[in-house]
Design a protein around this ligand. Structure first.
Ligand SMILES: Cc1ncc(COP(=O)(O)O)c(C=O)c1O
Length: 445
């Protein structure tokens, strides 16, 4: 397939949006899909193949978002499609154990040595929620530390907006979250080890766990700070701090897992967390989450221990089949896949950044492998506060102009873009050419 950089009418999408609005709040089943952060009307997608999305009006888009991350091998990757079809012929669900669960688990554990035991769930939200419960049970403590701009799903205790100041107790980030629950979550600035140290000093013996995105994706892409002359790297620093204080370190790799490396950020940054959560890629596009880690914590789960967690569709056969086809492929082709993703993403992200520089738009490009963000700010961006200095109106204009030129970007300044192994030079060049024009549109605003 060659790139097509022209989008005509979206009348069918518009009609579908009106219909959807009668069924779903805002017309969507997940809020950011409504495109409110960027303006414009969200196209309805009919199908996708490889690097391309095709909407209800037949417009084609180069997909630089990959369904919020999972589609690392491109859309409708034949081994994944065939695996799902094969599994479906044997029935979609049994409510009993299958060999496929251990097949996928063994592959996951081979890639993530810190995972000595694990559980499959059906979403990233379930995975982080369960990991938190486990951490509280293991430590007998209540407080959870998270970081500003990190998203870990929509469970009450994790849906907490950061307060200002280092150790401000969280206030609910959503109506319907009781203050009593939000108050058990401390939201601290990311990449600031001294803030984490101060939180432990202020709450001795009370913090059950620190949970973080090891590379932030949900504030846009923000890598962890590397080791400096006198300081350890941010992740290494959090590891020693939590170990010293008897709190669990939960590394939420729902987005980074199998994305920034086969073994995720824990491999890339040589980290040994207590618990890891996975999602997105591990399900190959079907709903799968994982929480796993040290055996001594995982064995606290029912039926072995007192921590209850369950799921009707956990380890679902179709989801396991899609996950196995995806993870199996990544594992067997890791030496080709990850260098290719790195090279393609570098060419694309840096190519568009050069276009911005040539027209005088201050852009900060943060990238780790095939996950990146163009922040519309001179930068640097090392935490949420800095990300928030971005010109979101300019990003909105850029997003709409890119969409009109057949490029599908994340619908918010504060999301990471992703590409797949099916993106090649043609898609890179077409995206950069579109960016050349779209950046002018963003500037003109
Ligand atoms: C880092 C991270 N954790 C957890 C989640 C929640 O996953 P899900 O949407 O599958 O519930 C997300 C979703 O984007 C995520 O990016």
């Amino acid at each position: 397939m060659s790139p097509q950089i022209a989008v005509s009418s979206r009348t069918r999408s518009q009609a579908l949006q009106q219909r959807a609005e009668r069924c779903f709040p805002g017309g969507v089943n997940s809020p950011v899909r409504a495109f409110r952060a960027v303006g414009g009307e969200p196209p309805f997608i009919e199908r996708a193949e490889g690097a391309y999305l095709i909407d209800a009006d037949g417009n084609r888009y180069i997909d630089c978002f990959g369904s919020w991350g999972p589609m690392i091998l491109g859309h409708a990757f034949p081994p994944v499609v065939e695996a799902i079809q094969r599994a479906a012929r044997n029935s979609a669900s049994f409510g009993a154990s299958t060999a496929a669960e251990a097949d996928l688990a063994e592959r996951v554990m081979a890639c993530y040595p810190a995972i000595e035991k694990m559980r499959f769930v059906s979403s990233g939200t379930e995975a982080t929620m369960s990991a938190i419960r486990l951490a509280r049970a293991a430590t007998g403590r209540k407080i959870i530390v998270k970081f500003e701009g990190c998203y870990h799903g929509h469970a009450d205790g994790l849906l907490v907006k950061a307060g200002s100041g280092v150790a401000t107790f969280g206030i609910p980030g959503s109506a319907g979250v009781p203050e009593e629950i939000a108050h058990l979550t401390l939201a601290l600035p990311y990449n600031d080890l001294s803030a984490a140290e101060a939180a432990f000093a202020a709450h001795p013996g009370a913090i059950a766990a620190v949970i973080l995105e090891p590379v932030v994706g949900n504030a846009g892409c923000i890598p962890p700070l590397p080791a400096g002359v006198s300081a350890p790297g941010y992740l290494a620093g959090l590891r020693s701090l939590t170990a010293r204080e008897g709190a669990l370190l939960i590394v939420d790799e729902v987005m980074t897992g199998f994305r920034v490396a086969l073994g995720g950020a824990t491999e890339l940054y040589r980290l040994d967390p207590d618990l890891i959560t996975l999602g997105k890629i591990v399900g190959g596009g079907l709903p799968v989450g994982v929480f796993g880690g040290k055996r001594r914590f995982m064995d606290l789960l029912a039926p072995l221990g007192p921590v209850y967690q369950a799921g009707t569709l956990s380890g679902n056969p179709l989801a396991m089949a899609a996950g196995l086809a995806t993870v199996g492929y990544l594992q067997e082709h890791a030496t080709e896949v990850y260098p290719r993703l790195e090279a393609t993403s570098k060419a694309l992200a840096e190519g568009a950044a050069r276009e911005a520089a040539s027209v005088g738009i201050p852009l900060t490009t943060n990238r780790v492998g095939s996950m990146w963000t163009w922040f519309f700010t001179p930068g640097p961006v090392t935490n949420y506060e800095q990300a928030a200095t971005s010109d979101t109106a300019a990003f909105g204009r850029f997003h709409r102009a890119m969409l009109d030129r057949g490029i599908w970007l994340p619908p918010s300044q504060f999301e990471a873009a992703f590409i797949s192994t099916t993106h090649g030079d043609a898609e890179v060049q077409a995206t950069i050419a579109a960016a050349r024009e779209a950046l002018k549109a963003a500037q003109a605003g």
